[in-house]
Design a protein around this ligand. Structure first.
Ligand SMILES: [Mn+2]
Length: 339
């Protein structure tokens, strides 16, 4: 803990004014979570738990914030009466932070935040409106490639599919172990998608080889990357309070290795990240603490990438006060892109 602990801020760190290097964006969004409850309370619980996380990062060799300025933005407040309106509101809220001068890390909330994040990233200087330049690296139990769930195409269970429909060039998935026949077909027929299934990476016999192949895949990444961490990708023993906990998932160290490998990829630049599907229960704080540690690892890995020259600001510093950039994409959609 730092000496000047600020409640509600990521790691309890004080705000250091106008020049920001990293922004934490709490998004207590929950409209379509199918099974568990309480992902709307996840961001605040995770931020509170982050106050207990050690500030020292072994790879960085320093205590966070390691000279960087980390801003915890006020939690997003949704007012829209429909899911589509809320998606537009989320995108409008996120876009001013996807401008290349700061590293944004969104904190969900359900995984349905991914499509609005993609809309916001379209304006990023390294994307220039063309999402085919972007690779998503996804840690998740679920493939999130459904065409719809309960009639809703923007359900959290469809998040990765909608990102691809919006034009994302490549999707790498790990931890996947709960998916439908339809999703298995999409995975096997769309060359943009590379999926590492948990039954392969977690196999007691051949898991090591599969894991090594995953890390090699990450090391060979090129161009801009968004890292999306659905905490249910980890084994349910580590995240019992997530929306839909699933056994047979990644270990904590596999999640850490994945984060480090993405940020260390020599020819790629991670431009943004999100950690999502954090919920709470009364029995144990392990879920939000696990999420807080993965967030901390993500921020530390970003700062290491800066130090090593794998991240540079692509626009001038814009300070802390930012006007919303209005999105009407989701409410104006009448049908989904053909695929
Ligand atoms: Mn997910």
């Amino acid at each position: 803990m730092s000496d000047t602990y600020v409640e509600g801020n990521f790691l309890g760190l004080p705000e250091s004014g106008e020049a920001i290097d990293v922004v934490v964006l709490p998004l207590p969004y929950e409209l379509t979570t199918s099974y568990g409850q309480g992902t709307a309370e996840g961001p605040a619980a995770c931020l509170a738990a982050s106050g207990q996380v050690e500030l020292f990062d072994e790879q960085l060799g320093q205590d966070l914030p390691a000279g960087a300025s980390i801003h915890t933005a006020p939690a997003w407040e949704g007012h829209g009466a429909t899911l589509r309106l809320q998606l537009d509101e989320l995108a409008s809220h996120l876009a001013p932070w996807c401008t290349g001068d700061v590293f944004p890390i969104a904190l969900g909330g359900e995984h349905g935040i991914l499509p609005p994040l993609m809309w916001a990233l379209k304006g990023h200087p390294s994307i220039e409106g063309d999402l085919s330049k972007l690779t998503i690296v996804q840690i998740d139990a679920h493939a999130d490639l459904r065409s719809e769930l309960n009639g809703e195409v923007f359900s959290h269970a469809c998040a990765a599919g909608r990102a691809l429909d919006m034009g994302v060039g490549r999707l790498l998935q790990v931890g996947i172990r709960a998916f439908s026949h339809e999703e298995a077909k999409w995975i096997s027929t769309d060359e943009r998608i590379t999926t590492f299934f948990a039954r392969d990476t977690q196999s007691p016999i051949t898991g090591k080889d599969s894991w090594q192949a995953w890390l090699s895949e990450l090391a060979s990444l090129t161009g801009p990357v968004h890292l999306t961490i659905d905490i249910d990708g980890l084994d349910s023993s580590l995240v019992p309070a997530t929306g839909t906990p699933v056994p047979g998932g990644l270990s904590y160290w596999q999640a850490v290795e994945t984060i480090e490998a993405v940020f260390n990829a020599p020819n790629a630049t991670v431009i943004s990240a999100d950690v999502n599907e954090i919920a709470t229960n009364d029995h144990s704080p392990v879920t939000e603490f696990t999420a807080a540690m993965l967030m901390t690892k993500t921020v530390a890995s970003h700062l290491k990438a800066r130090e090593d020259g794998r991240w540079e600001a692509t626009s001038k510093a814009k300070g802390i006060e930012r006007a919303e950039i209005e999105c009407t994409y989701f409410t104006s959609l009448t049908k989904l892109a053909e695929r």
